[in-house]
Design a protein around this ligand. Sequence first.
Ligand code: F6P
Length: 517
Amino acid sequence: MLSLAASSQQHTLAQMFAADAKRASTMTMQANVGAQSLLVDVSKQNISSEILSALLDVVREAGVEQRRDAMFSGAIVNNTEQQPALHVALRSKAASDVSAAVASERKKMTEFANGVRNGTICGATGKTFTHVVNVGIGGSDLGPRLVWEALSPVVKADLQCRFVSNIDPLGVQQALQGLDAERTLVVMCSKTFSTSETLANSRAIAAWLESALGADAVAQHCAVVAVDAQKARAQNISFAHSFAMWQWVGGRYSVSSAVNLCNVVAFRPEVHDQMLDGMRAIDEHFVSAPLQQNIPMVLGAIGVWNRSVLGRATHALISYSDALASFAPYVQQLEMESNGKRVRTDGTPVSVETAPVIWGGVGTNSQHAYMQLLHQGTSVIPVDFIGFAKVLEQGSEEHDALIANMLAQSQALAFGRTADGAGDALSDHRAMPGNRPSTTIIASQLSAATLGALIALYEHSTFVQGCIWDINSFDQWGVEHGKQLAATVAADIAEGTASASHDSSTKSLLDWYLKHR
Ligand code: F6P
């Protein structure tokens, strides 16, 4: 793979497009998502057709197809936790060892959601629920939050969702602002049910319910989503409803599980099913499409090319749709917690750079914030532009302008602008180097199905990259130590003194905090 680096710099994008009139068509892939579709154009990436072919050889040599099949079959692919990674089973129609449990939980979720929506499941005072507050963090927040924000503009919601994730009291205060406790359902989402933020926030909201409705009423307003709901009971959390998730679904891969319960209730179960249908369409594409036309395989290979060969340290996701404002944060956890690793599956150090820093936001706001650096800065930053041909039923000049800007940004990055002629005092300042890479992903319409397809696309692209790097994309040992240190610091704060065992920086910061809080 590294030997390819030499050939990578030979031609610019302008030269490659000039030399091959078919470049755009040969480097554009399509996937059908039910009656809708997804178009992915990688022709503005810094790769020649020879390099793309060589990258797909790397995919073959890394055994990515075999590892994919192993993951889909339920084999132990998370070797450090000895677990499968079977998030695809949550939307598969194939029979498997887990399909009965998955189907049973989906049926239970559907019945619960319909009960809440028709009022047969209601609050302690007999009133129907109007709001659902999802309490969770990481994958227990980012997934449901993304779904809620992405679909609210285009799917009718009969209840309103709110989200509490951080341990900051402002979060609970904001989420409960103006809510009627009698009409509020709380979903406490935590795979492990040992996450301190979610426990603290669950207790705070339970206390709010108790103060309004009395202790005996709290359980009727609470649902728990966890691997073991008894852990919630052991934490003195009252709940009348519980839904299972499983050890073999990673938190950052869990949006197709009961973690999405708030949206199943708010939008209706059929919308959740449509999202799963879209995810399954990409799963089937990932399993069956030939490598050259296999979108997750190509996106993953290009991700490794940009990161490990061209040394591009960050990767921007810019969605030209306000509906996807939470997409970059979602993929941030998905990719950085999956592939932010420095050792291989066997524990030996990796020999190349792994996961890039994922960041991004929404266009055209990006053009008034950070696109200057991407066009004329010293760093080359690959961009994924994401948009929809149709969002609202009625097209509009504004939507046309949104997409025009997205396509223009990709064009400007790729082809730049030469200095405006010699002698112009500003020509050097105005020159744009171009030859800067981007991928453009356009879905035919914003819908539950295409949202599911986009999510599955990045789930599998993340997996492909992890396979090429031979790292375990499904554990996250790096997040444990900080939590343990936080407990020690918190104990000092509770004591009111900074123990001498801390380093001098932490100790002086603690002293200052204790003095000023
Ligand atoms: O960040 C660590 C992590 O374990 C994530 O992988 C997970 O999504 C998040 O914390 C929340 O975990 P839980 O759902 O168990 O509360």
